[in-house]
Design a protein around this ligand. Structure first.
Ligand code: BES
Ligand code: ZN
Length: 623
């Protein structure tokens, strides 16, 4: 062969091989403005934790061994930390300490941790302690639990709080498997978002394994006086002994929900689905920690009427945990899809009339959130721009309710059959991967709309995703049941006595609509409020959602007989969804501001940092 030609061929082959290996070596982790990590250089693939739980010092301490994947020849590993005390760092199985550097501390992002490594380094071992004020951790005194005898610890890692208890690449685009040893006292039980045991260990030492790769925001731990009750083949509930029976009864439909979800969108890929009911200070309704949903006890209404929350967290096992928002600007890909999926599960289990009520309530939440944010707010776009902000600030109901209605609008346009098939394939194709809004839209166009320009235009995708407010093509939902509720309300307003209204068979959702439809701008008189209260017992209801909706009216109308119930509610649970509207309404009324502050002073030490962060702002609170 001619020498030149040979060289050309050889360099062509070399280029090709290089290109191939480059392609293999460059997993394109996307940009994430909320993480200091550089996974495109070196990515963490597995974390092995060994942590001791010290309730006295309010501290976790021990080691994290991070297994690496080298995607470049970079000689540094970049991690996220916040309020961690890094004691020492070693490489592989060598006990000699190596250099590390903590970067400047940035508000809510914390500090980068960079460690000098070699291209051959397989693992980095970090010995560290958390701070007593670590934002992800809530340490509860025995008095803050149902049993009152044992302390309790739980974590909340979403959105960017994992770094306050584990040095990690705290970006939703980076996935890891993990294992852990948790050392606590023998009278307590530890559980994680991993394979869990069902019995207490005699030595208080628990071993965990999480074989599926998950983003850091799904790392979770709870430690307390826990007991387990099986509910079905694949599901059960953990809670304090005095709560576990009630919880198992409330969530008895879990197994059916799993079956419905699988029928809709493919296999449940996480083995078991268990739920832990936490003490009432848990700041959220639920948190979709894989294999082990964390839930508020305020969902235990006694009649299963608030279990949409379980459908929601279960749905995250597909939308969010399986196909994960690549960064927090794409949060709607987690929550909008999940809210849509939640409604579909609820429809399968409890029928269309019930699901229509839920959809109607979601529409109202959407409108309310727009009221709060302003109809033109950038935070009312589905795709967010959270750079330079605490992601928590931009995570509003928009992602949930606007996201849900966008997907409903898509379903309506193409029909349920084609839409469901598309969604099933989407979860399958992108399982255990991350997703950006852009990539989703491209996938939607190529796999669902398939070049149908008219349809594409009708859908107004850009208005939904990159625009504010409520796009005009929204697929609205009419609830027939709610129309009858409005009829009864009108009768009352026209003079019919409250106790003679036809309310037989009304569910929690009927009552919520009744309360939402009561006038808000003009006030109700003391005697009107009294009449409603004595006819329907709102102030003494054990249903947290109904109580919350009623108390907003109590504040609005300065209905003093409900103040003890208001104070009790605010001092007995810490769920932000309830706290924020109640404190906000009180703060709006000069006559009630003082009372709000007095209650908050008392309650604040019992709230989680997620909630105090929000309420401090509402009340302009200075510590
Ligand atoms: N993943 C969220 C909770 C969350 C969101 C935590 C953002 C931190 C940052 C969870 O799935 C959720 O949406 N919970 C809702 C309940 C649901 C029924 C709407 C809640 O807590 O209110
Ligand atoms: Zn959610």
């Amino acid at each position: 062969m001619n020498q030149k030609l040979f060289e050309l061929a050889a360099s062509f082959i070399a280029c090709f091989l290089l290109f191939q290996s480059c392609e293999k070596k460059l997993p394109a982790y996307g940009e994430d403005s909320h993480s200091f990590s550089r996974p495109n250089e070196v990515a963490v693939k597995h974390i092995d934790l060994d942590l001791s739980v010290d309730f006295q010092a309010r501290q976790l301490s021990g080691t994290a061994r991070l297994t690496l994947e080298h995607n470049s020849r970079a000689q540094e590993l970049w991690l996220d930390t916040r309020d961690l005390e890094i004691i020492s760092v070693t490489l592989d199985d060598d006990s000699s300490k190596v250099d590390f550097a903590l970067g400047e501390s940035v508000d809510f992002l914390g500090q980068s941790l960079s460690v000098k490594i070699k291209p051959t380094t397989k693992a980095v071992n970090i010995s560290y302690k958390t701070s007593p004020g670590a934002a992800a951790l809530q340490w509860l005194a025995p008095s803050q639990t149902a049993g009152g005898n044992s302390p309790f610890l739980f974590t909340q890692s979403q959105a960017i709080l994992a770094r306050t208890w584990i040095p990690c690449q705290d970006s939703p685009g980076v996935r890891i498997t993990y294992s852990a040893t948790i050392r606590t006292s023998p009278d307590l039980m530890a559980v994680m978002s991993a394979e869990n045991g069902t019995e207490r260990n005699e030595d208080g030492v628990y071993h965990f394994n999480m074989p599926q790769a998950v983003p850091s925001y799904l790392l979770a731990l709870a430690v307390g006086d826990l007991e387990f009750r099986a509910m079905g083949e694949r599901s059960g509930v953990y809670a304090e002994p005095s709560v576990v029976e009630k919880a198992a009864a409330e969530f008895e439909d879990t197994e059916k929900m799993m079956a419905a979800a699988e029928k809709l969108y493919g296999p449940y890929r996480w083995g078991r689905y268990d739920i832990i009911v936490l003490p009432p200070s848990f700041p959220f309704g639920g948190m979709e920690n894989p294999r082990l949903t964390f839930a508020t006890p305020t969902v235990l209404a006694g009649d299963k009427s608030l279990v949409a929350l379980i459908a929601h967290e279960l749905a995250h096992s597909w939308s969010g945990n399986l196909v994960t928002n690549a960064n927090w600007d794409d949060f709607w890909l987690n929550e909008g899809f999940t809210t849509y999926f939640e409604h579909r599960i609820m429809e399968e289990l409890y029928g269309k009339e019930h699901a229509d009520m839920l959809a109607s309530l979601s529409y109202r939440d959407y409108e309310e959130e727009l009221d709060r944010l302003g109809a033109e707010s950038l935070d009312s776009h589905l795709h967010l721009d959270l750079k330079g902000r605490d992601p928590d600030d931009g995570m509003t109901s928009i992602a949930y309710d606007k996201g849900h209605f966008f997907l409903r609008t898509l379903e309506n346009a193409v029909g349920r059959e084609a839409w469901d098939e598309f969604l099933s394939n989407y979860f399958d194709e992108f399982a255990f991967k991350s997703m950006t809004t852009e990539a989703f839209v491209a996938h939607l166009k190529s796999h669902l709309l398939k070049g149908n320009r008219t349809l594409e235009q009708e859908l107004q995708i850009d208005a939904w995703i990159y625009g504010p407010g409520i796009p005009q093509n929204i697929a609205r939902v009419q609830s027939a049941a709610f129309a009858t509720v409005e009829g009864e309300l009108q009768k009352w307003q026209a003079g019919t006595a409250a106790r003679t209204l036809t309310t037989d068979g009304w569910t929690t959702q009927h009552w919520l609509h009744f309360l939402h439809s009561l006038p808000e701008t003009e006030t109700l008189s003391l005697s009107q409020m009294k009449e409603l209260d004595s006819a329907f017992g709102f102030s003494s209801t054990g249903n947290s959602e109904i109580l919350h909706a009623w108390l907003l009216h109590a504040i609005n109308n300065q209905y003093a007989p409900a103040y003890p119930a208001l104070e009790h509610f605010l001092t007995s649970m810490g769920r932000r969804k309830f706290l924020r509207p109640l404190y906000t309404k009180m703060a709006e009324n000069p006559a009630m501001l003082q009372m709000a502050k007095l209650i908050y002073q008392k309650a604040r030490p019992t709230y989680h940092s997620v909630s105090t962060g929000t309420i401090d702002e509402v009340l302009n609170w200075q510590e």
